[in-house]
Design a protein around this ligand. Sequence first.
Ligand code: GDP
Ligand code: ZN
Length: 387
Amino acid sequence: MSFSSPPGPSSSSSHPLVPYGWDAGWEAEFAPYTEQGLLPGRVVRVDRGQCDVVTSAGAVRADTEFVVPRDPMKVVCTGDWVAVDPESGDPRYARTILPRRTAFVRSTSSKRSDGQVLATNIDHVVICVTLAAELDLGRIERFLALAMSCSSGEALLHKSVLSWESGAQPVVVLTKADLVPDAVTLAHLVQDVETSAPGVPVLPVSAAFGDGLDVLAALVSGGTSVLLGQSGAGKSTLANALLGEDVMEVQATRDVDGKGRHTTTTRNLLALPGGGVLIDTPGLRGVGLWDAGTGVGQVFAEIEELAAECRFHDCAHAAEPGCAVLAAVDSGELPERRLDSYRKLLRENQRIVAKTDAKVRADIRREWKRKGAEGRAAMEAKRGRWT
Ligand code: GDP
Ligand code: ZN
């Protein structure tokens, strides 16, 4: 089946970075750096203190140390728009990260509880769910919560409440649709998922036969997308189908360290032939279901709405009198399974938040101590050390 090639915003401009997502907004953000003679570019890969950047002057390898390295949220990441030194710079640095529109942040891992930015400036989170196995609606809800946590980069930095509009838009892709025996069954499966994901497009596709690929290609043509899903869900197959057979993910680039060595680097950010950009990093692939962060409330918006009607505003919806959530379960309006899923995710999330909060509090205390010590030292230097 063929891809549709929607015109999109890209054909209206001839800037060489448009296929990578450059638009009037980025151009405006970048204006002060143009004046400084810096080049705009998008980071396609980051490794060991360096990044590969696509610029209008071709691929550039730049050092990332220039950008505040201490704050994990400000480390250069695949998907970032950066200002890099012109060709004359030696070494060339990525000097600044343009403010991120969205950031996909892993909220925790077993070892550390500080945020780790996995990808930035994402418009679509494509959640891949295989139809080769029985649908696990709870798992889809978890991935949706994870997608919801990909929110406004600034909001994340300030740990404020996230809004659906400010973040990336999720879409659920039901892969391997060819394995479903008939159209009626497929329609039912789609409907089941739609019930678990109110307001989220649900799209059955078959990469093997091409069904639904044109719809997906059109959907992702208007921005930057990431693919999420369990191993074996069909993400690589889908990525290859979107990229077209002749687009290789592994590209050879010349090392710019002067040794003239050829190194094979994997680009983690690729322009799609039908428009749009795909980010696929090892970090994103390994992202755990429990990294859902603050997306839970948005996935279960109908429960949170009901909860607003509960008599007690801190109602746990367990056995409290006047609980609107339990009433909705009793009346059949709210499936009990939804409520169970919601509770489970909330519990998991609370554990993560507790861990993160402890880390944040410790960081703040350390910072205050450091500032206090600096302040005292400065005072003493002023006075002369006669006290
Ligand atoms: P990933 O781990 O999510 O990247 O999944 P892969 O893309 O590696 O796919 C896992 C398996 O599913 C592979 O054996 C694929 O050949 C198979 N697969 C992927 N897409 C389809 C499809 O549309 N139909 C069928 N029948 N199999 C598929
Ligand atoms: Zn309640």
